[in-house]
Every structure is written in C-alpha cells, then in structure tokens.
Design a protein around this ligand. Structure first.
Ligand SMILES: NC(=O)c1ccc[n+]([C@@H]2O[C@H](COP(=O)([O-])OP(=O)(O)OC[C@H]3O[C@@H](n4cnc5c(N)ncnc54)[C@H](O)[C@@H]3O)[C@@H](O)[C@H]2O)c1
Length: 254
C-alpha cells in the first residue's frame, strides 16, 4: 500500500541546490530540508549560501561558469540524488541594442551551465539508477515581450534540454523536469519592482492579480524531487499565477 502521508518526504536524500544563496533557490533549499533532505546549498556567492544553510545545512562555493569547478563538485558532492539549479541572468534590451558579449553572458549562464550540470550530475544518477533533475525555465519560455529575446530563447532552450535529458536518462530511472515561474519578487526582478508602472502591469497580467513570493515556488521543487512525482518526467510545471493561461488583453462585458 502506498504511504500517502509520506509521499513528499525526502528523508536521507542528498539534494544539491545551485543558486541557493538567493530568491527561489534559497526557498527551495529550505523546503527540501524541511521535508527531510540532506541539502547542499551551492552558490557562487558563498556568504549568501552560508546564510541560507544556517547551522543545519551545508554551504558550498560553486561558480557554474567554471567547468573545472563543476567537475570538482561532482567529486566532492556525489552521490547527488536531487539536482536543482536556479542561477540565471537577464539583460533586458531590444535585439537591435543587444551586444554579442551580452548574448554570450546570458547564454553561458542560463543554457551552457545547465547543460554542464545535467551532464556532470546526470552521469552518476544514471549509473545509480535514480535521480531527479529540476531546472528553472520561465513564462518567457512560452510568451515574450520586447526586450526578452536572449533570456526567452535560453528559457525555451532549457525546456528542450531537459526534455531530451528525460528521454535519454528515463530508461536509467532518472527524471528531468522544468518549472516555469511567473513574476517572483527576487533580486533578479528588482529592476522591475523599482518601476511602479511596470510592477503593477505585471501584477495585473496574471489570474491572481499579484506577484509571487519565492517561497511559493518551493512546493513545486519538493513535489518534483519526491516520489509524489515518480511518473513525472519531461514536463514543464507552470507556477505562474495564471500568466500563460489568461490572454489578458480584454475583459468582455457580461
Ligand atoms: N524571479 C522571477 O520573477 C523569475 C521568473 C521566471 C523565472 N525565473 C527563474 O527562476 C530562477 C531563479 O531566479 P531568482 O529570481 O531566484 O534569481 P536570483 O537572482 O534571486 O538568484 C540567483 C542565484 O544564482 C547565483 N548565481 C549567479 N551566477 C552564478 C554562477 N555563475 N554560479 C553559481 N551561482 C550563481 C546568484 O548568486 C544568486 O544567489 C532563474 O532561473 C530565473 O530565470 C525567475
């Protein structure tokens, strides 16, 4: 009989959260730990990761742009049974104003580092015959506005990367999924919050009429990490307050 009361428990599982120093990564690390996981809080910013980790969790300095550092992390941290990565950046500029340097910066962190992490930690998961890989896409993987070009392309690309990982690693018992948040109040979106008109327009776009707090993304991470999602792979879980469901351009009269 399935033990439904413990379906979301992660006792004894080693979860590595990269980007754990801030925003959604921080809340994901705390939520995974609250469900019993042994969590390594990794971030380029060690002080921030240490703040997340407190006394109970482990902090780890990792720059995902450094492939030698990723290889070292595999040696030092494996077996990793749950891999969550959130590190990403956005340059909000129109295509005609975008530089190649900015393109490379966004693609390197959002896409290439994700590719490197899936390869690095997916190998051990496949050998051991289990694991859950969770990456962060975005509403921008589906729907755009002026200024989102490269970020949106990386977020759509990440979905296809994770779907392919699901296809290739599924036979070895490894699951790979994406979470697609809507607008969440974190340092990544501070530029938007600072502009009242922009902030309010985003709040009104979704069905719930507001922004999310980063803690509201953590449940999706726990779900995808746990046996509650044992048959879920290759999926994109929207946690966007209805942003992608609602067209929003007009409210017809009754
Ligand atoms: N905040 C939103 O509204 C929103 C919306 C949709 C999607 N997302 C996605 O969710 C994810 C998390 O976003 P967030 O808002 O929590 O971001 P954030 O900026 O608050 O946190 C990102 C973390 O990644 C770390 N980081 C940056 N570069 C790194 C590197 N090279 N190596 C290791 N760590 C590095 C940073 O130090 C920081 O702690 C991102 O992938 C983002 O694209 C966010």
């Amino acid at each position: 009989m399935t033990d439904y009361a413990n379906l979301f428990r992660l006792d004894g599982k080693h979860a590595l959260v990269i980007g754990a120093g801030s925003g959604i990564g921080r809340e994901s690390a705390l939520a995974l730990a609250a469900h019993g996981a042994q969590v390594t809080c990794a971030d380029r910013d060690l002080a921030a990761a240490t703040e997340t980790a407190g006394r109970a969790l482990t902090a780890y300095e990792l720059d995902v742009l450094d492939d030698a550092a990723i290889a070292r992390a595999v040696d030092e941290l494996d077996p990793v049974e749950v891999l969550v990565f959130t590190a990403a950046t956005n340059v909000r500029k129109r295509i005609l104003d975008y530089s190649r340097e900015e393109f490379d910066r966004v693609v390197s962190l959002n896409l290439r580092a994700s590719f490197d992490l899936i390869r690095a930690f997916g190998r051990g998961m496949a050998e051991r015959g289990s694991g859950s890989i969770i990456g962060f896409s975005s509403i921008r993987g589906t729907t755009v506005e002026p200024g989102q070009s490269v970020y949106a392309a990386t977020k759509a690309g990440l979905v296809q990367l994770l779907r392919t990982a699901a296809a290739e690693l599924g036979p070895s018992g490894v699951r790979a999924n994406a979470i697609a948040p809507g607008v969440v109040e974190t340092p990544l979106t501070a530029q938007i919050k600072a502009d009242q008109g922009w902030y309010d327009a985003y709040a009104q776009k979704g069905a719930l009429g507001r922004w999310a707090q980063p803690s509201e993304l953590a449940g999706a991470v726990v779900y995808l990490a746990s046996d509650a999602a044992s048959f879920v792979t290759g999926s994109v879980l929207a946690v966007d307050g209805g942003w992608t469901a609602v067209d929003g351009r007009f409210d017809p009269p009754n």
